[in-house]
Design a protein around this ligand. Structure first.
Ligand code: ADP
Ligand code: MG
Length: 683
């Protein structure tokens, strides 16, 4: 294996800097892709500089005048440059030392930077320049810009790559993409693709090469998912859990209300999965408040009736406790009691829970990551339920499942993902969707307001608190910064000092230690906080029925789906609830928030988000394959994924074991990816 330190132009010091970026071998360097290219190919004539807004421009000209001056303590160099079409000003700020001594009239320069045009002409703020040899035509290229380190600039990385490219290309890694297939899909061959990524002639060339690598990654992932599914279906090995006649009616009879038809349908889907020897692997998605808990209860009931145990894992203690509190009364009529397993738990209650689970005396465990610890064992684990599944890693999900033989698994999520996207990205999951809310909900009244009318919001907040309710205020940033985002800390401080001095205001954000976060949240749950100013950490699943108002500051900064998620924190009780979306007076794109004031259907909102802002919107919620994807982004590149999945299906139908020589690279890639193996185990 060639190491980066063996390459030309790389000393021990540079090698160490490369290592900080995770680049150790020559192969790593080949895979270290530029994230963009500066296009230096075309100089803009002086007469046309600054006519197009945005972006940097290139120009080539001869120095006809040169000045130095000082303004506000900064040294500024200004040069007048001339080309055939006219003249323009080039300006260097604070870098005199580097430029002045080397410039003189008559010198030809290449310059690049943002240009402004006024009546007096164009002025460029130079960010890069080069002195050009006299009489030689200008040859600009696409300059790759690499992810860089503090002391290892992109420029240096580009130099090393350029110098060593032939050597790097002389030992190519295995290619998961079969040659014939690459041709068929009009992708460049592997060597050419690497060349086009690191040294493209045109942006189109670079883009096509990048798509090839993304496609190859997806092909591996999709083939893996496909293999996992067929292996799961062949090996079977799960305990069939069979619903007896009248069980659904029985369950319904114990409830105070009628199941919605969506709930009944979804319970049917889950129960028929669980009746098979093939382990269930199903995602239950439904909006906040759609009644997923009840569906989970039905799955747990089926397990218990078949003498199998169930485990439900939630990402935080508060959520686990809430599940326990909601499930206990639903399951009690059926003689099912709940054992709780948490990190912060007295040794006594922990050990009694652990004993009852190990002996099989208890049929349901609800807990956090604490369920994963070694001491927790099950006598007959037949069902695993994972809440907010995207908050767990694949290994964690796999660990819980490994505590049973081959348990059935139900994943739950309250984050609606557009259907089209969900079917693609959850490759090895079947999907059940609750697309209907229980009747009789008072919809959350949602308003969009400009910041200058905040006093009306404060009045509403005060009124709610005086009526005994609680309020969330969400701000995008933790601290004050240059980004002009509203800061949770600053806002909380202002509330406490000026606006709500007589109320109990607390602040919650991601940089608080986990313990502290839970403590603040617990005080809020107990009603000891009137106004909770938070960042989006408050997003997931907390259920405080007494919280009636959600104020979201800088609402234009969020995707519609995320705003809908945040809104779901209120409207959990019987009383009227409010969601106020506040945007700066001058925010241009506030119009798109209108759909939130009109609709409460999370899926419709997610679809609109997909239409307006594209699939990248959902990157955060898509967990599948994250560790195995180097160049691809599931949400962003969903179309390529779909194409790769179709190809994977075709390949595996033809050759289920991938024994044909042309699939050797693909098979090796599947065998080599450790995190892919974990993904296959669990998703
Ligand atoms: P989710 O977990 O999907 O956010 P929950 O299961 O917590 O939703 O249900 C939200 C509320 O709706 C609970 O108070 C629950 O009792 C109630 N609920 C669930 N299903 C129904 C139904 N079919 N009819 C009326 N109320 C329901
Ligand atoms: Mg829930």
């Amino acid at each position: 294996m060639t190491l980066v330190r063996d390459l030309a132009g790389v000393g021990a010091k540079t090698a160490a800097l490369f290592e900080e970026l995770g680049v150790v071998s020559a192969a790593d360097l080949l895979e270290h892709f530029p994230f963009r290219y500066d296009d230096l190919r075309e100089p803009t004539p002086a007469a046309r500089l600054g006519l197009v807004l945005g972006g940097e421009e290139n120009a080539v000209g001869t120095i006809v005048a040169l000045r130095e001056r000082r303004a506000r303590g900064l040294e500024i160099v200004e040069a007048t440059l001339r080309d055939e079409s006219g003249t323009f000003q080039a300006k260097w700020i604070g870098r005199n030392r580097y430029v002045v001594g080397r410039f003189s009239r008559g010198l030809r320069l290449f310059v690049r930077g943002r240009t402004e045009r006024t009546m007096a002409g164009a002025t460029m703020n130079v960010t890069a320049h080069a002195i050009l040899p006299e009489g030689e035509a200008y040859h600009g290229a696409l300059v790759p810009i690499y992810p860089a380190g503090k002391e290892l600039p992109s420029r240096k990385i580009a130099q090393v790559v350029k110098k060593n490219l032939p050597a790097l290309l002389s030992s190519l890694p295995d290619d998961p993409l079969p040659v014939r297939l690459a041709q068929e899909l009009h992708f460049p061959a592997l060597e050419q693709a690497y060349r086009n990524v690191h040294a493209p002639q045109t942006p189109q060339e670079a883009d096509a090469a990048r798509r090839r690598f993304i496609f190859a990654e997806f092909l591996v992932l999709a083939s893996g998912a496909q293999l996992a599914r067929s292996r799961r279906e062949q090996e079977a090995g799960a305990r069939p859990l069979i619903a007896s006649d009248g069980m659904l009616e029985n369950f319904q009879g114990a409830l105070a209300f009628r199941l919605t038809s969506a709930q009944a349908r979804v319970i049917g889907e889950i129960w028929s999965d669980m009746a098979r020897e093939i382990p269930m692997n199903r995602l239950l998605q439904g909006d906040v408040g759609s009644g997923k808990t009840l569906v989970a209860a039905a799955a747990i009931l089926l397990a218990a009736r078949n003498d199998a145990q169930a485990a439900l894992m939630a990402p935080t203690e508060i959520l686990a406790m809430q599940h326990a509190a909601k499930l206990a009364p639903l399951l009690l009529p059926f003689g099912i009691t709940v054992e709780v397993v948490l990190g912060a738990q007295s040794a006594g209650s922990r050990s009694s829970a652990v004993d009852r689970l190990a002996s099989g005396a208890a049929s349901l465990a609800i807990g956090t990551h604490a369920l994963l610890t070694q001491g927790v064992e099950f006598a007959r684990l037949g069902l695993v339920v994972i809440d907010e599944q995207h908050r767990f890693g694949v290994e964690q999900r796999a660990t819980l499942r490994a505590k049973g033989g081959t348990p059935h698994t139900l994943h739950m999520t309250a984050t609606p993902i557009p259907r089209t996207l969900a079917q693609s990205i959850y490759a090895d999951l079947d999907i059940s969707t609750i697309d209907e809310l229980p009747p009789g909900r008072t919809p959350i009244q949602t308003y969009a307001l400009r910041r200058s009318r905040l006093d009306r919001v404060y009045a509403l907040m005060r009124k709610q608190v005086e009526a005994g309710h609680q309020v969330y205020v969400v701000a995008p940033a933790i601290e004050e910064s240059e980004s002009e985002l509203t800061s949770a800390l600053v806002e909380a401080e202002r509330f406490q000092r000026e606006i709500f001095a007589d109320l109990r205001v607390e602040v919650l954000h991601g940089r608080l230690p986990a313990r502290e976060k839970e403590a603040v949240m617990k005080r809020f749950v107990r009603g000891e906080v009137d106004v909770l100013v938070a960042t989006t950490v408050v997003e997931v699943g907390v259920d405080v029925a007494n919280a009636t108002t959600m104020v979201i500051l800088d609402a234009h900064r969020y995707g519609l789906a995320q705003l809908h998620q945040l809104r779901g924190r209120v409207g959990r009780g019987a009383v009227a609830s409010y969601c106020i979306l506040v945007t700066p007076d001058d925010a241009a794109d506030a119009q798109r928030l209108a759909i939130l004031t009109q609709s409460s259907d999370g899926f419709a909102i997610a679809e609109e988000d997909l239409r307006l802002r594209g699939p990248g919107q959902f990157s955060g919620t898509v967990q599948a394959g994250k560790d195995t994807l180097r160049h691809a982004d599931f949400a962003r590149d969903v179309l390529l994924y779909r194409q790769a999945r179709a190809v994977a299906q075709r390949i595996l139908t033809e050759d289920p074991e991938l024994t044909t020589p042309e699939y050797r690279g693909l098979r090796r890639a599947l065998e080599a990816a450790p995190s892919l193996r974990a993904l296959l185990l669990s998703s």
